[in-house]
Design a protein around this ligand. Structure first.
Ligand code: ATP
Ligand code: MG
Length: 330
C-alpha cells in the first residue's frame, strides 16, 4: 500500500490541516509502504507570493510535520521542487486532462475570483500538478480533507484516460478522507472551511497558536441562540466544535453530545479550548526546537528527495516511453 499526500508551505498551518490531513499522515506511517509526504512549494506559487518567504515557509511546514510526529525513518518527507519529475509529468499529463474539468473545479473558481491583479494559469493547472504528484509514485491512497475530493476525482479521470490511451502504467488512487473532521469550519464563519488563504483571523486556530490565543478564539466562536450541545444542520458552529472535540479526545461525536447534554455553551467551549491547548502545546514546543536548526531540516528534505527521485524516476521514464519520447528502451 503506497500512500502519498502533499501540503502547501504556507507556514500558517491550521487546525483544519492538522485534523483533516496531518493527523492522517502520522497514522499512515504505520501502513504505508512507503508513506510519502511532500511539501508542495510549486503549488504555493499559484497565488501571489514572496520568493524569500516561500523558502522560509517550507522550513516552517517541515518543522510542523516533524513536530506532529512524522519520522523520516518511517516515511519519505521532501520538498516538491527538489524532484523535477513532478513538473515534467505535469506537462505530459496535461495532454489527457480536459480544460473544461479544470475550469469547473471549485477551488479554481473560488481562488481565481479572489485574485485582483492576475488570475494565474497556475491556479487553473493546480490539479494537473497535483495529479502528477500522486501518479508519479503510483500511490494507492491519498489522505486529504473533504475539500480535495474533487481534485482526487479529476486525478482518477486523468489516470484512467492515460491508461486507456497509452497502456496500463498508472495506478488509479483512492482518496482517504476521515469520517469525522474532514471539513473543519472557520470558527467565526462556520459555513465556510477553515482555510489558510480565505478564512477569518479570529476563526482560524493555528497549530502554533499560544494557549491564550486558542482559548480566545474558541470562546468567541460563533454558535447560535440555543443552548443544546448537539449536531444539526442549523447549528453549524456547535456541530463544528463537537467534531473538533471528538477528534481531539478520540471518541465518537455522540459521546461528546451525551457528556455535554444540558451543560450550556460556556462550559462546552471551555472544554474544547482546554482540550485543544493540551493537544497542540507539545507540537508547538517541539516545533520551536526543530525550527531552530534549518540545517537539519534541509538534511531531512534532501535525503527524502533522493529517495523520492528513485521512486518517481521509473514512472516518468515509463510514461515518456509510452508517449513516444526518446529512443525506445531496450
Ligand atoms: P488553502 O486554503 O490556501 O488552499 P489549505 O488551508 O487548504 O490552504 P492546503 O495545504 O491546501 O491548506 O491543504 C493541506 C491539507 O489540509 C489538504 O489535505 C486539505 O484537504 C486539508 N484541509 C485544508 N483545510 C481543511 C479543513 N478546513 N478541514 C479539514 N481538512 C482541511
Ligand atoms: Mg487547500
Amino acid at each position: 500500500m503506497r500512500i502519498f499526500s502533499g501540503i502547501q508551505p504556507t507556514g500558517r498551518k491550521h487546525l483544519g490541516n492538522y485534523i483533516g490531513a496531518i493527523r492522517q499522515y502520522v497514522e499512515g506511517q504505520g501502513r504505508g509502504d512507503p508513506a510519502i509526504y511532500c511539501v508542495v512549494d510549486l503549488h504555493a506559487i499559484s497565488v501571489p507570493y514572496d520568493p524569500a518567504e516561500l523558502r522560509e515557509r517550507v522550513h516552517d511546514t517541515t518543522a510542523i510535520l516533524l513536530a506532529a510526529g512524522l519520522d523520516p525513518e518511517r516515511c519519505l518527507l521532501f520538498r516538491q521542487s527538489d524532484v523535477r519529475e513532478h513538473t515534467e509529468l505535469t506537462w505530459l499529463l496535461s495532454s489527457v486532462t480536459a480544460v473544461g474539468e479544470l475550469n469547473r473545479m471549485h477551488q479554481f473558481r473560488d481562488k481565481s475570483a479572489q485574485q485582483r491583479e492576475l488570475q494565474s494559469a497556475a491556479l487553473l493547472f493546480y490539479p494537473v500538478l497535483m495529479a502528477a504528484d500522486v501518479l508519479a509514485y503510483r500511490a494507492h491512497e491519498v489522505p486529504v480533507g473533504e475539500d480535495q475530493r474533487e481534485h482526487l476525482e479529476l486525478m482518477r479521470d486523468v489516470a484512467r484516460r492515460f491508461n486507456a490511451r497509452f497502456g496500463e502504467l498508472l495506478v488509479v488512487p483512492e482518496p482517504r478522507i476521515p469520517e469525522v473532521g474532514a471539513r473543519v469550519m472557520d470558527l467565526q464563519e462556520p459555513e465556510r472551511k477553515m482555510s489558510t488563504t480565505g478564512g477569518t483571523e479570529q476563526g482560524t486556530v493555528l497549530v502554533l497558536d499560544e494557549p491564550e490565543a486558542i482559548v480566545k478564539k474558541v470562546r468567541s466562536a460563533v454558535t447560535d441562540s440555543g443552548r443544546e450541545v448537539v449536531r444539526a444542520p442549523d447549528k453549524p458552529g456547535v456541530s463544528n466544535l463537537i467534531e473538533i472535540l471528538s477528534v481531539v479526545r478520540g471518541v465518537a461525536p455522540e459521546t461528546v453530545e451525551r457528556e455535554f447534554d444540558g451543560a450550556g455553551y460556556g462550559a462546552f467551549k471551555q472544554a474544547v479550548a482546554d482540550a485543544l491547548v493540551e493537544w497542540l502545546s507539545p507540537v508547538r514546543e517541539r516545533y520551536r526546537e526543530l525550527r531552530a536548526d534549518p540545517g537539519e531540516l534541509e538534511r531531512v528534505l534532501a535525503a527524502g528527495a533522493e529517495r523520492a527521485r528513485e521512486l518517481a524516476g521509473p514512472t516518468v521514464a515509463d510514461v515518456r516511453e509510452a508517449m513516444g519520447f526518446g529512443p525506445p528502451r531496450g
